[in-house]
Ligand binder design. Sequence first.
Ligand code: 0GY
Length: 291
Amino acid sequence: MDPDWLVFHPNPTRPSFRLPAGSVDAHCHVFGPAAEFPFAPERKYTPCDASRHQLYALRDFLGFERNVVVQATCHGNDNRAMVDALVHSGGRARGVASVSRDVTDAELRAMHEAGVRGTRFNFVRRLVDFTPREVLADIARRIAPLGWHVVIYFEAQDLPELWDFFTSLPTVVVVDHMGRPDVSKPVDGPEFGLFLRLLAEHPNIWSKVSCPERLSKSGPPTYDDVVPFARKVVESFPDRVLWGTDWPHPNMKSHMPDDGLLVDYLPRIAVTPELQRKLLVDNPMRLYWAD
Ligand code: 0GY
C-alpha cells in the first residue's frame, strides 16, 4: 500500500521564533502505522505512516508542550490510532474524533476518558462521501452533553449553502483553516467577508488559522498571500482562534512544508506577545484542557 502523497519533511529547521511556554499544536494527525492501525477502506488517499512517536518528537523539537490530534479521513471512523496517541501522551494530548450516528454512549464515554473533546464533520468533497445533515445534527446532539465541540472542514464557496446548518449546531464549532479561503481574492472582499460575518454573528464559532501551505498560491517558504487573511482573523477574534502545524500534512501534492518555518510564520499572523499567548496557549487550553 504505497502512499500517494508526499512524505513529511525529514529534518525541519529549528524555528527562530520561540513559542510561548505551554504552546499547543492544536491541529495535527497520526497515521497508522498501517500494520497496527489499518487505513479505512473508503479513504480517498493513502498517507505514509506517521506515528505518535514521530509526532511527539516533532512537538519537542519545535518547542510545543501539547497536541490536539485530529482524526483525518484516511482513518474514517476508526479512531484507534488517534486514541492510542492520546493515551500514550502522559496527558499532553487531546483529540478530535470522527464518529457515526450509531456510536454508543459507552464508546463516547471511553473516548472522553482517553482525552477526546470534539468530533469532526468534513464537507470537503474530495475527502469524503456525502453524509445527510440530519445524521450530523443527530451526532452533534449526542456529543453536546459531554461538553465536546464540533470541528467543521469546508471550502469557502460552500459556506452560503452550509451556513444554516453550521449556525444551528448546539455546541462550540471550530472551523478548520479559516474555511479554506481563496487567497487570490481580496481579504476585504465578499467571500472572506461572509466568513468573518459567520464568526462576528456567532460567538460559539471559532477558527483555526492554520495551513498557509494549503491555501497559499504564492508558495513556500513564507506564504505571504495567506498572512493578511490569518492576521485579520487573529486580530478580529483573538479569543476564538487556534493554530496547528497540520503535521504530517496529508494530501499535500505541490510541496512539503518545513515545520520549523511554519512556526516562524506565527509572529507574522499574531504580531504581539499577547495575541501569540491567546492563540497558542490560552485558547487551546480553555477548549481542550478546561478540566
Ligand atoms: C487537514 C487537511 C486535509 C485532510 C484532511 O481529514 C483529512 O483527510 O483533513 C486536506 O486534504 O485538506 O486538515 O489535514
